[in-house]
Design a protein around this ligand. Structure first.
Ligand code: NDP
Length: 285
């Protein structure tokens, strides 16, 4: 007898604008296929004024959940039914999860970063320099601080934005925070364990751009992470590797936030290597 066939897939997807350059669909569908899941991930271009309708559409079609990318990570909150702990501290959601018929907002960006960091170094009791204070930096700052970091030096060009994140971290997490206005080449303080570029410097097509820091201040004892996924080997990663630092590229965060999103939606731990391999194929690494 032939197997019963189910032509109704479980649905997930992404709402963003622009959406065409976001490779997440290829990475997530590679994981679904690899695990034989009858699940789909639909990449949708959604302008801000249509976000409420998009979430209503997901509810109507009983989507298991969806990612939100720029520019929706904050605005989507008003259309959801609740927030997970770190998403409520960060104030941004990149992953909505259907639980008992309600959409709960989670933030898997910071958790994904933390997972790739932990593959190199445990953040507890460490000193970290965080370059940038945008959405990704907020997520990384909150998650690494909640993971027991001792000291975080936040370096940002825009003083107001930097101070806002520094205040949030010192009010909502136990970490010691210091804020530095980024003006010219930044020298990494000696004794730093981890350096993270969470700015958009180095993103395609501006691939030759190097974050303004004194590269001689990178020491071989440091772990240096860049969250730019394309290209994965940014100038910062190249300079740090040349100086003997352990390096973490932006594909790690992208893959791991996807692994965590899929776990939230399906309950299944998928294989990150399959997802990374698909991205490397796309980026020609
Ligand atoms: P935001 O626009 O929210 O923040 C951008 C940050 O970069 C700000 O701190 C900004 O500083 C800083 N910046 C930009 N240009 C410069 C410059 N020339 N000199 C100094 N600082 C600069 O963006 P996001 O935080 O959402 O994203 C940042 C990057 O992270 C993007 O490139 C994105 O692709 C990547 N990303 C990667 C992910 C992954 O999974 N690998 C996940 C999420 C994001 P200022 O405040 O002074 O303007």
């Amino acid at each position: 007898m032939s197997e019963p066939v189910n032509f109704l897939s479980e649905l997930t997807g992404s709402f963003a604008e622009p959406a065409a350059e976001n490779p997440t669909v290829a990475m997530i569908e590679a994981a679904y296929r690899n695990h034989g899941l009858n699940w789909r991930y639909i990449n949708c271009e959604v302008p801000p004024e249509k976000l409420a309708d998009a979430v209503r559409g997901a509810r109507a079609m009983n989507w298991a959940g969806f990612n939100c990318s720029l520019p929706h990570k904050v605005q989507v909150i008003q259309h959801l039914d609740g927030l997970g702990e770190s998403a409520s501290i960060i104030g941004a959601v990149n992953c909505a999860v259907r639980r008992d018929g309600q959409y709960i907002g989670e933030n898997t960006d910071g958790k994904g970063f933390l997972q790739s960091l932990r593959e190199q170094v445990a953040p507890a009791h460490k000193r970290l320099v965080l370059l940038g204070a945008g959405g990704a930096a907020r997520a990384i700052g909150v998650e690494t601080a909640l993971a027991g970091l001792q000291h975080l030096t936040l370096v940002n060009r825009n003083e107001d934005r930097g101070r806002q994140l520094a205040t949030l971290l010192s009010e909502k997490t136990p970490v010691e925070v210091e804020f530095v206005v980024w003006d010219g080449e930044y020298k990494i303080p000696s004794g730093t364990d981890i350096v993270v570029n969470a700015t958009s410097i180095g993103l395609f097509p501006d691939v030759e751009a190097l974050v303004p820091l004194r590269v001689e201040s990178l020491d071989a004892s440091m772990v240096v992470a860049d969250i730019i996924p394309n290209p994965p080997r940014t100038r910062l990663i190249q300079e740090a590797a040349q100086r003997g630092c352990r390096v973490i590229d932006g594909l790690g965060m992208l893959v791991n936030q996807g692994v965590i999103s899929i776990k939230y939606w399906t309950g299944i731990d998928v294989d990150p290597d399959v997802m990374r391999a698909r991205l490397e194929e796309i980026f020609g690494v």
